[in-house]
Design a protein around this ligand. Structure first.
Ligand code: URA
Length: 239
């Protein structure tokens, strides 16, 4: 891969800073000063130094995306653009994939990684990883709806009953805004739960996943690496 992409992919320096490092002769590859960032390296065997410090190869990447509507949560799709199309180039060599799915029209927090073990853990139904959504719905919410969410709702399309969830009204009105907490991630789950209560989701945004809160500073379509603190939350200490 290109040396400048390798350095920018560490998530510590901006592309502009990386460009500057090359210009100022701060980068060496196998002991030789390199001023052209486009030079190709073997990130697994070459020794890349910045300011006389070895830059170690980062095997895994953990990204938080604020997913916009219109994108499929997959690595490829025959018809529609995918969340991978939104990634800056410096992350592509990691081959990240989305951890679970948000519907095409759902927005908000999506985790992407190339750490299959972590993804497997976070998606395992046994782990009951909590997810919190903001949902704008068509009709009023009543106490019976709240109780039904708490008790679990039978979904005939999948022939299962949802695990206990939490439904909370955030803003009353013609189209109330509510907060929904669920600990599983079945297909169209939130939409189907409201559907079975004779209601309809008009807008859906995930704000929390596995204890990670959506960074509201991330505009829709933007992505950033998780901080050390966030890595700890999902059980990943930085090496
Ligand atoms: N539930 C849904 O119905 N859709 C999503 O995208 C996520 C949860």
């Amino acid at each position: 891969m290109r040396a400048d992409k390798f350095l920018a992919g560490q998530g510590i320096y901006t592309r502009k800073e990386v460009k500057d490092f090359f210009k100022k002769k701060k980068v060496t590859i196998n002991g030789e000063i390199v001023t052209d960032g486009s030079v190709h390296i073997d990130e697994k065997s070459d020794i890349i130094m910045l300011d006389n410090n070895i830059v170690t190869y980062q095997k895994y990447v953990y990204l938080m995306m604020n997913k916009p509507a219109g994108y499929i949560s997959a690595t490829e799709d025959a018809k529609d653009p995918t969340v991978i199309d939104l990634l800056p180039e410096e992350y592509m060599h990691f081959h990240p994939f989305p951890v679970g799915r948000l519907d095409k029209d759902t927005v908000g927090l999506l985790l992407l990684t190339n750490d299959g073990e972590l993804a497997h853990k976070l998606l395992s139904p046994k782990k009951k990883v909590p997810k919190i959504y903001l949902a704008k719905v068509e009709k009023e919410i009543n106490d019976k709806d709240i109780k039904a969410f708490k008790e679990g709702i039978y979904i005939p399309e999948g022939d299962y009953t949802t695990m206990p969830g939490n439904l909370e009204i955030v803003e009353k009105g013609d189209n109330p805004l509510c907060k929904v907490t669920i600990c599983e991630g079945k297909f169209h789950q939130v939409k189907r739960m409201f559907e079975k209560r004779n209601n309809k989701v008009l807008f859906l945004k995930r704000i929390t996943f596995a204890g990670l809160n959506l960074d509201e500073k991330l505009a829709e379509g933007q992505v950033r690496q998780l901080t050390d603190h966030e890595l700890k939350i999902i059980g990943k200490e930085k090496a």
